[in-house]
Design a protein around this ligand. Structure first.
Ligand SMILES: Nc1nc2c(ncn2[C@@H]2O[C@H](COP(=O)(O)OP(=O)(O)O)[C@@H](O)[C@H]2O)c(=O)[nH]1
Ligand SMILES: [Mg+2]
Length: 194
């Protein structure tokens, strides 16, 4: 390619315009790992220093899914009750959601129901929503088994994924499945085979 000025093979604006924009939101109780999962997906990084999301955290990544270039916008809506109003605004035009819990924290698992209700109430929960059991690296502290997680997801007709934002396990697969479902307009459906 000729890289001298004025001889770029494609104009930047054309490239940006050709990207398909996708908005994804993460919900779940405070501290379950939403920001870390997004950070890992966007930057392949993990940070152990904890800073609670105030209001909202944001990340974006260009990702190719089956030949389509996506500009994926990821929002971590703070799990704190004080931010319920901020969240309800930000759910607008959401194409995909993931609800996260921490396998070492039973309260975060019990709160899944409330998160799903909030998504549905705000018009964001749809067939492109999945459940994420995070922190699977903390095996010795685990209090919610794979079986319990799967059962909850199945009862709500949602697909279930396990991840570790610490080691990175399962993250690529979860995001790829979510984005593939949106792009191909094939809803994520639970078939009892996970
Ligand atoms: N061991 C372990 N720690 C994690 C994992 N994901 C997040 N954390 C830690 O959990 C805390 C909360 O993470 P954060 O992403 O800020 O949670 P958020 O409030 O849901 O956004 C931080 O101290 C992270 O380092 C994980 O998969 N494994
Ligand atoms: Mg956060």
């Amino acid at each position: 390619m000729d890289r001298s000025p004025g001889h770029l093979s494609k104009n930047v604006k054309d490239i940006v315009d050709s990207l398909v924009w996708i908005k994804v939101v993460a919900v779940g109780s405070v501290g379950v790992g939403k920001t870390c999962l997004i950070k890992h997906f966007c930057e392949s990084k993990f940070t152990s220093s904890y800073q609670a999301t105030v209001g909202v955290d944001y990340g974006f990544k260009i990702q190719n899914i089956n030949g389509t270039d996506l500009r994926v916008h990821l929002w971590d809506l703070s799990g704190h009750p004080d931010y319920a109003d901020v969240r309800s605004e930000l759910y607008r035009d959401t194409q995909a959601c993931f609800i996260v819990y921490d396998v070492t924290n039973s309260a975060s698992f019990e709160h899944l129901e409330l998160w799903l209700k909030e998504l549905l109430r705000c018009g964001a929960g749809n067939s492109y929503t999945l459940v994420v059991a995070n922190k699977t690296d903390l095996d010795s502290k685990r209090v919610i088994s794979v079986d319990e997680g799967r059962k909850w997801a199945a009862a709500h007709k949602l697909k279930y994924y396990e991840t570790s934002a610490h080691g990175g396990d399962g993250i690529e697969k979860m995001f790829t499945d979510l984005l593939t479902a949106v792009v191909s307009k094939k809803p994520l459906q639970y078939h009892g085979d996970m």
